[in-house]
Design a protein around this ligand. Structure first.
Ligand SMILES: Nc1ncnc2c1ncn2[C@@H]1O[C@H](COP(=O)(O)OP(=O)(O)OP(=O)(O)O)[C@@H](O)[C@H]1O
Ligand SMILES: [Mg+2]
Length: 345
């Protein structure tokens, strides 16, 4: 590892990061420290905006895992405190796993001094498909019991993340994994979204279809941004087409407003980068006629996810108690989630 890459003044910070990452093996009896050499790389499992995911075999325990590599710039200012904080969050999560959240086995890192980049390799449990692939391969009409089984597990995983003060921010079918036994696990939260520079490393376009209006308008947001995404995913589970397939960033809000109506009054996100007058006054369409096969309870659940005002939108805890699911909440002491402003991250 090059020291001068981070500058003398940031050496302490780098050493701290190194120590933290060395200790990142997850719970249970602590196995011998792993390195990338312990893993044999197999086929590609998926490709995302932030890197590729591969099947790897751990030569120590003979088991298969998924390896995801995240590439970050190591600027002259060193590794940002925010990244170190985020790694600490992930470290906490490796100790406390949940059946509906993909568990992390280990995090390893290497520094490429010639290209000024830090590569973080996340080794996680491997799943059979993502929800996008799963939905493409099951019969078009899904019995409500099965939909409920999938949505209920998504909600339990999300309630677990929110209880740990983690907002996913990028929930979409590709970031939800499904196993043959129909266990559902949330994946791809944490580090990648906030701190990697997508354009520097990939030409892949990040989809905005599942993004809440307050995020698109760069306004204040809280954990209910994830509930907006859940609403969009529920629609897709029942209808097999995306709810708001905006062709680009500029059109994404039009796509939402055309269906739900342009928000008026206090529904317009506070301090957003655009004013209401930027958009036509769309009156919206009846969502009831637009969904197929949903019971009244499912429809009510879905609509509560898509309430414009984040303060009135259903939260993950309330969702578990909704008559559509009626599930016990995750038994974790809830932490207070801060109101965040998108720009300040
Ligand atoms: N643990 C896993 N088991 C099986 N497949 C996985 C696993 N993790 C990821 N994948 C596959 O790899 C794809 C990309 O992974 P991931 O979403 O973590 O990467 P990403 O680069 O952050 O993508 P994006 O930013 O587009 O969401 C997933 O959509 C999924 O198909
Ligand atoms: Mg992803």
């Amino acid at each position: 590892m090059s020291e001068n890459l981070y500058g003398e003044e940031n050496r302490g910070e780098m050493v701290r990061l190194q120590k933290m990452m060395k200790n990142m093996n997850c719970g249970g009896p602590r196995p011998a420290a792993l390195t990338l050499k312990d893993f044999k790389v197999g086929e590609a499992l998926g490709k995302g905006a932030y890197g590729h995911v591969y099947r790897v075999r751990n030569m120590q325990d003979g088991k298969d895992y998924a390896l995801k590599q995240i590439v970050m710039s190591a600027s002259r200012d060193g590794v940002p405190q925010s990244v170190i904080r985020e790694i600490a969050v992930m470290k906490r999560l490796t100790r406390q796993t949940h059946p509906n959240v993909v568990s992390l086995r280990t995090v390893l890192h290497t520094v490429d001094t010639s290209r000024n980049i830090i590569k973080i390799a996340m080794i996680m449990e491997i799943c059979d498909w993502d929800l996008h692939t799963f939905l493409q391969n099951v019969p078009k009409v899904i019995p409500e019991k099965q939909a409920k089984h999938i949505i209920g597990q998504m909600m339990k995983g999300l309630d677990f993340l929110h209880s740990h003060a983690i907002i996913h921010r990028d929930l979409k079918p590709q970031n939800i994994l499904v196993n043959r036994d129909q266990t559902v696990k949330l994946a791809d939260f944490g580090l990648s979204k906030k701190y990697t520079n997508t354009s520097a490393f990939t030409t892949c376009v990040v989809t905005l279809w599942y993004r809440a209006p307050e995020v698109l308008l760069q306004s204040y947001y809280n954990s209910t941004v994830d509930m907006w995404s859940i609403g969009c995913i529920i629609y897709e589970i029942y209808n097999r087409v995306p709810l708001f397939p905006g062709p680009d960033e500029a059109q994404q809000l039009h796509e939402i407003f055309k269906k739900l109506g342009t928000p008026i009054g206090t529904d317009w996100p506070k301090q957003s980068v655009l004013t209401k007058d930027t958009f036509p006054h769309y009156t919206g369409i009846s969502m009831t006629s637009d969904v197929t096969g949903m019971s009244a309870a499912a429809l009510d659940f879905f609509k509560r996810c898509l309430i414009y005002d984040p303060a009135r939108r259903m939260g993950s805890r309330a969702a578990l108690g909704h008559e559509f699911l009626k599930l016990k909440p995750v038994s974790v002491k809830p932490r207070v989630l801060r109101q965040l402003r998108f720009n300040n991250l």
